[in-house]
Write a protein that binds this ligand. Structure first.
Ligand code: HEM
Length: 445
């Protein structure tokens, strides 16, 4: 970096020649998280780092974040996402440019509210199993603390498998025959983070021969085999049970919302059915691409949801008065979609949990077009880190930001709040496509 780059006008931590700040972030995920928090405080509201020879800006103000995320011209994800590509291929989460645009248009209807509503019974059945397990543990040792995280994680996994693939893996049950899949999906997440934090494991050829890389490859084989089997079985099931699909009067050629909605609701189809259906209509997705998307839903939908549910339970445990009010609000109501929409305090508790503990706490973009923030123009090729956690800790928007206060989300308290001050599901054209599928399990559990 011989020339001064526009990012060097910004404050930031000291850099080293050639590597920039690459080594600053080597350590555990907790240490990295802490470092970014410190930088956010020290260099608020906009700072720079260098990742080798790539300049990185870290905007923290809602108006700056909006300029990045709301732009339809800067939807490109940075190279950081390449670590999940061997698992997810270039599906919705990892693709860029025209391919992403096409995928998003194709898949968005499968996340339509009406399609998702039919999943509420599946979600509530699995939530009931979790409740029973917790009750049993409580009866067995009433005075012992219960680590809810592993229990919630298995429940979230059951929900996402059943809604995405129509396959009950019974992860919550002792007789589950899918323990290898369950352990691989947990382990692969750890290995991805482990690699991302160690620059020397970034080159593929080094990673492949490292012990971590070999373990990663083993998990990957298990996950891909499982998805492929489910797809094959589902296809066979559909061929044998054509009756279900034939109830639909006419097979639409366009992929309009209404057609898909009508078909899925009538026939109680899961995502995988919808993807196969899209394939049958006009071969929009190959088998490999269907696999990518199913894996993407598993990746996007399981860890994030289980993390948020666990934190919500934690905050309710620490705030007994709010817990009692939530209990009174939901007591006696069954878990229908209408009821879920009427639980206003529960909704605020979930929103506040996602403010304080956003599971995807940092996301990345690579500028395709120059971006102007205040009076400086950052050229294309600059990387942008959006620290969702730090953005949501802005004391000017959320006074006393570390405190758990669900009433921040009362309509009167939200008036005039910048829409990009609260972005647990990101924002703009590349926001989370599974928002509703995330919120319902949180409410049910
Ligand atoms: C509490 C739960 C969840 C949270 C907080 C969350 C958060 C996010 C965030 C922040 C992004 C943007 C990522 C980025 O730009 O790098 C995202 C994208 C995405 N999420 Fe979620 N998510 C959740 C649950 C889910 C679920 C249940 C699914 C699906 C089954 C899902 C599927 C996706 C997909 C496919 C994308 C990529 C969208 C695109 O690039 O067009 N997420 N999510």
């Amino acid at each position: 970096k011989l020339r001064r780059h526009p990012v060097d006008k910004l404050p930031g931590p000291p850099t080293l020649p050639f590597v920039g700040n690459l080594l600053t972030f080597v350590g555990t995920p907790e240490e990295m998280f802490e470092k970014f928090n410190t930088f956010a405080r020290d260099f608020w509201p906009l700072y720079r780092t260098w990742q080798l020879n790539t300049p990185v800006i870290h905007p923290l103000l809602p108006e700056h974040v909006e300029k990045v995320l709301a732009s339809s011209k800067n939807t490109q994800k940075s190279r950081d996402y390449r670590f999940v590509e061997s698992w997810l291929g270039t599906g919705l989460f990892t693709s860029n440019g025209a391919k992403w645009q096409e995928r998003r248009k194709l898949l968005a209807p499968t996340f339509h509210l009406k399609v998702l509503e039919q999943f509420v019974p599946t979600i509530s059945d699995n939530a009931a199993v979790l409740a029973q397990k917790l009750q049993l543990l409580l009866c067995q040792s009433p005075n012992e603390p219960i680590d809810v995280v592993p229990l919630v994680t298995l429940c979230a996994l059951d929900i996402i498998c059943e809604t995405a693939m129509g396959r009950s893996i019974r992860a919550q049950h002792k007789d589950s025959k899918n323990t290898e899949y369950v352990s691989s999906i947990h382990r692969i997440m750890d290995l991805i983070v482990y690699r991302a934090m160690r620059p020397w494991l970034h080159p593929h050829w080094i990673f492949r021969v490292s012990p971590t890389g070999r373990e990663f490859a083993k998990c990957l084989r298990t996950l891909h085999r499982f998805t492929r089997n489910v797809i094959d079985e589902k296809r066979l099931e559909r061929e044998q049970g054509e009756l279900e699909i034939k109830v639909v009067p006419s097979v639409p050629t366009s992929n309009g919302y209404e057609d898909l909605e009508r078909i899925s609701v009538r026939n109680r189809l899961v995502f995988l059915d919808l993807l196969l259906k899209l394939n049958e209509w006009d071969c929009k997705l190959s088998d490999q691409e269907i696999c990518e998307e199913v894996d993407t839903f598993m990746f996007g939908g399981h860890d994030t949801t289980s993390n948020s549910i666990s934190w919500a339970l934690f905050y309710l445990g620490c705030n007994l008065k709010i817990q009692e009010e939530v209990f009174n609000e939901i007591e006696g109501s069954d878990l229908s979609n209408e009821n879920l929409n009427s639980f206003k305090l529960l909704d605020r508790v979930i929103k506040e949990t996602l403010r304080l503990r956003p599971p995807a706490y940092m996301i990345f973009r690579l500028l395709e077009q120059p971006l102007q923030l205040d009076d400086v123009v950052y050229p294309s090729g600059t990387k942008v880190n959006i620290h969702i956690y730090d953005v949501q800790q802005n004391p000017a928007v959320f006074p006393n930001p570390e405190k758990f206060e669900p009433d921040r989300f009362l309509p009167e308290n939200m008036e005039g709040r910048h829409p990009f001050a609260y972005i647990p599901f990101s924002g703009g054209p590349r926001n989370c496509v599974g928002t509703f599928l995330a919120l319902w399990p949180m409410q049910c559990i």
